[in-house]
Design a protein around this ligand. Structure first.
Ligand code: FAD
Length: 268
């Protein structure tokens, strides 16, 4: 849709060119959410595209995913077969309640910074123990753990004018086996619960990351495969989301079912 209140569109060639960040400014990534509904609070869009950030880089210890990497680029990359956790990228993108038009243009950074409860990338990056690199036009870069980034529904740890530059995933995480489970009223409906689980056969650690059923991704960690009672104990005190689509109790029950399915898949 046209955004009639946007007065200025900036295409900076470097981040330093973006000075004096003002109220009403927003970074523009794929634009799939920004242009999907009215944005009455905004007057300026600052396009990230001219910054020409690389999409995917394999570094010595980390996989670096640029914030402007699109879902399509993530899916099309020729991943090493032994990096079995990369199969979770495809399964996470499949869990989106969005059309191919969105998945073609939407970026990893846009998905993380939008911070919807149903966001698919946030629980995945928490699962894989990722770190986010945050840049600012007026301060040195800083790092933040993925699990500390999303604070609630559409709330993140980003300060005014800060931009998510890249996601760093430890290469060791890429060897984990993973499972992604989703439940929604329909495939095209936003998820009621997302469960992403990983097992590291070297350390016998199991990680479970929850999304859609809670306001911000929640990580559960176990030594070995947890039994049902351990899962129930770990999830008992969570603040489950409740809305017109599902009660908190329903989301809790569905999440326990999805966790059982994920653990079953990981054990195979
Ligand atoms: C019909 C529809 C259904 C959807 N369903 C789902 C779903 O089920 N699950 C799900 O996960 N998502 C869903 N989405 C959201 C979709 O994935 C987002 O539109 C997308 O992830 C946003 O990415 P983008 O690159 O287009 O961001 P934009 O629309 O460009 O930006 C989104 C927000 O993030 C900010 N931003 C973008 N990049 C950065 C950055 N690098 N640093 C700081 N701030 C930044 C922008 O200022 C803006 O506030 C849906 C969207 C639509 C339109």
């Amino acid at each position: 849709m046209d955004l009639h209140n946007i007065e200025t569109y900036l295409r900076p060639s470097s981040l330093e060119a973006v000075q004096d960040w003002k109220q009403g400014w927003a970074w523009l990534a794929g634009g799939t959410w920004l242009f999907s509904e009215p944005q009455p609070a905004l007057n300026t869009l600052v396009d990230l595209e001219p910054l020409d950030w690389s999409a995917i880089e394999v570094r010595e210890d980390y996989l670096a995913i640029g914030a402007t990497c699109t879902f399509s680029q993530l899916l099309d990359y020729p991943w090493l077969p032994e990096w079995q956790a990369t199969s979770a990228f495809k399964r996470a993108v499949s869990a989106l309640a969005a059309s191919f038009k969105v998945t073609h243009l939407a970026t990893i950074g846009g998905n993380l910074c939008l911070a919807l409860a149903v966001g698919v990338m946030a629980p995945l990056m928490v699962l894989l123990d990722a770190i986010y690199e945050i840049w600012s036009p007026s301060a040195p870069p800083r790092l933040i753990a993925a699990k500390d980034f999303q604070l609630g529904v559409q709330k993140t740890a980003l300060q005014t004018g800060e931009v998510l530059r890249r996601v760093l995933i430890p290469q060791t995480s890429l060897y984990w086996s993973t499972s992604v489970q989703r439940f929604g009223i329909a495939a095209t409906d936003p998820a009621l619960s997302l469960v992403m689980a990983a097992h590291d056969s070297t350390s016998s650690q199991t990680r479970i990351s929850l999304g859609a059923c809670v306001a911000a991704p929640c990580l559960l960690e176990f030594s070995g495969f947890p039994i049902h009672e351990q899962v129930v104990a770990a999830t008992r005190s969570l603040n489950w989301l409740q809305d017109a689509r599902a009660s908190a109790i329903y989301r809790q029950h569905i999440t326990e079912v999805l966790i059982a399915r994920a653990l079953e898949e990981l054990r195979k």
